[in-house]
Design a binder for this molecule. Structure first.
Ligand code: ADP
Ligand code: MG
Length: 611
């Protein structure tokens, strides 16, 4: 049996059992479904995207209050055109709820998502509380007593008033949402979403507009919460602010974390575990302690601590690993090679010798320290240019200047003839700049193939909706095929389906090169690519870079290994104390007295090379 077959069997068994379950169990299942919908949004937001929110309950409230107001307000009843029967009101409520939630979430996201570190979760607590008090203090929403008389949902002539009849709708929506979110994560856009967690610099260098993606993710999670709130209002038939309290917001986060914040099914597992646990504790504790009180909250808190202590990744990965032992492994989809990359956008390489990247008079000051002092340098198509210099000479700083990670204090950087002052690094990527990082930045848990496919982000076009509906499969196959091509070209074919973190550090550097190549760059910036490579691997890297040069790429390497640099580079620029002290061919540089001075004073390995 495969995991897909097992999932379908479970769903079928659940559907068949539904009619025979006692009403109490059915109600409990409905609650689990509603909670899981919110938790699934949190998995996406927190587990995958790295943004912690304590405030999701407020969005559930927005969805619930919108429909409750539409269905009970006399104002709406007056305005309602004659041809629209009142049975349409809940659907109008859904539309209003989604619109309000999207608006509120977009605004709150714009304000809070700029916050970093602990400030973001604190920000979500702040607006979670605010929205709760808004619900409680608005007279049109019934104040703290809330709104009653919310009608049951009706589909055609079928009333969904009983838990038995509403349940299938709740679960169908949940399963549909899980399917769509799973598709989203398994796509080009999904890779960009995962990249958010590893920091702005890497994702932006792959061409991902991180601010844009963060807001979209935030709105999507809020919309899922709003749908849950809509269903909740029509299940409960009355609402007040209590279930949209910040406490419940914290509970939603607990569900996602306990289930496994990085896993969509973890949302369902977490919602089930926590709902059932609370239920049991409420029954059990008064019997044990002989008095009633809110003891379950204390015991609940302690149990949470234990779970988080022993299952840091949540319960789902453990359960999945256990079940997988009895399942047939899923066959890896074979990536089609034939002409697949035709659907990706292509870039023409400039002619050999043309200047592709140029820095003029680039100066960077950190307070009083001049890290780069009027540096001039150019990289031409079909050449390997090396940037060398002792530690602290300003190489990495210069790298940041010419890749858009940071702006020069003064001076100009031109890429493909365009002035790039003030542009973010994703614009550099769009113009054909590919780069690697001195400290490897890969998504360690994802496969090499996925990591490399992220590099081709800007060559695809399918958006979130088409990813969710799986309309992007042709493009996705092309992206995967392109990634595999680059992986094989870099000699890592046998590792394509392994998690990137399982490779040796030197190999991870090569994965970064493959990722840069997947973007079809015209300029390649490599920060210490040979560090951590063994002798034979260095030779292979040398051959690869020479091959890329023949194909017409302009390559800039920062490297400490002098043998590697001297054998490969066409031109070398030497930095010392932030300023260029020499530029020329390897022979010219090696015989330059200032360079010898700089290196004899600093590191011995260059002297060894030269001697
Ligand atoms: P290299 O990569 O050649 O070893 P760097 O570019 O990392 O050198 O550093 C050049 C100088 O600039 C060093 O003196 C370093 O301490 C300083 N520097 C680098 N980044 C910053 C920063 N963000 N703030 C202050 N000083 C910095
Ligand atoms: Mg450095």
């Amino acid at each position: 049996m495969t995991s897909k077959a097992l999932t379908l069997t479970f769903i079928a068994a659940f559907a068949i059992a539904w009619g025979f379950l006692p009403e109490f169990t059915v109600t409990l299942c409905n609650y689990i479904g509603l909670y899981a919908l919110v938790a699934a949004g949190l998995v996406l937001l927190t587990g995958v995207g790295g943004m912690t929110s304590f405030g999701q309950a407020a969005f559930v409230g927005t969805g619930a209050y919108a429909t409750a107001w539409v269905c009970t307000s006399s104002l709406v009843a007056q305005w309602l055109p004659g041809w629209l029967s009142t049975s349409w009101l809940p659907w109008l409520g859904l539309l209003l709820g989604l619109a309000c939630t999207a608006g509120v979430a977009w605004f709150l996201g714009l304000v809070t998502l700029r916050l970093s570190g602990h400030y973001l979760p604190l920000g979500t607590i702040a607006w979670g509380l605010s929205l709760y008090y808004i619900f409680g203090n608005l007279d049109v929403l019934g104040g703290f007593t809330g709104l009653t008389g919310v009608p049951a949902l009706k589909i055609g002539d079928v009333s969904l008033a009983s838990p038995q009849s509403l349940g299938p709708v709740i679960w169908a929506i949940l399963l549909l949402a899980l399917w769509a979110l799973h598709n989203l994560l398994d796509s080009r856009e999904g890779r960009a979403i995962r990249a958010l967690k590893s920091g702005r610099v890497m994702a932006e260098s792959m061409g991902v507009n991180t601010a844009h993606y963060r807001i979209k993710l935030f709105v999507l999670a809020a919309l899922l919460a709003a749908v849950s709130g809509w269903l909740y209002a029509h299940m409960q038939r009355f609402i007040n602010p209590t279930p949209f309290n910040i406490n419940i917001g914290i509970e939603y986060l607990f569900m996602a974390v306990v289930g496994g914040a990085g896993y969509l099914w973890g949302a369902l597992l977490g919602a089930a575990v926590i709902t059932l646990l609370k239920e049991q504790l409420q029954d059990l504790l008064p019997k044990l302690l002989g008095s009633s009180g809110n003891f379950e909250i204390i015991v609940f808190g302690l149990m949470m601590l234990l779970v988080l202590q022993y299952f840091a990744d949540g319960l789902w990965p453990r359960l999945a690993a256990f079940v997988r032992r009895y399942l047939r492994p899923t066959v890896l989809e074979s990536t089609q090679r034939s002409h697949a990359s035709a659907t990706l956008s292509q870039r023409a390489l400039p002619g050999a010798g043309q200047v592709v990247l140029e820095a003029s008079q680039v100066t960077k000051r950190f307070g009083g320290l001049v890290a780069n002092n009027s540096v001039n340098m150019s990289v031409k198509a079909a050449e390997v240019h090396a940037l060398i210099g002792p530690n602290g000479a300003g190489k990495s700083t210069f790298f940041n200047m010419i890749s858009g990670v940071d702006d020069p204090t003064t001076g100009i950087v031109m890429l493909m003839g365009k002035t790039m002052t003030g542009h973010p690094s994703r614009d550099f990527a769009a113009l054909g700049l590919g780069r690697t990082f001195q400290h490897v930045r890969l998504l360690g848990q994802r496969t090499v193939l996925e990591n490399v496919a992220l590099g081709a982000h800007q060559r695809g076009h399918c958006g979130w909706l088409s990813a969710m509906l799986r309309l992007d499969r042709k493009e996705e196959a092309a992206l995967k095929a392109e990634a595999l091509k680059q992986i094989e070209r870099c000699g890592l074919g046998e590792f394509a389906h392994l998690p990137a973190a399982s490779l040796a550090l030197g190999q991870q550097r090569i994965v970064e090169i493959a990722r840069a190549l997947a973007g079809q760059p015209t300029v390649l910036l490599l920060d210490e690519p040979a560090a951590g490579l063994r002798h034979l691997e260095k030779q292979a890297l040398s051959r690869l870079l020479a091959q890329l040069r023949t194909e017409g790429l302009g390559i800039l390497v920062v490297e400490h290994d002098m043998e590697f640099v001297m054998n490969l580079a066409d031109r070398i620029t030497v930095l010392e104390f932030g300023a260029v002290i020499a530029e020329g061919t390897p022979d010219q540089v090696q015989s330059n007295p200032r360079v010898l001075d700089a290196y004899l004073g600093g590191s011995a390995d260059f002297a060894g090379e030269v001697a």
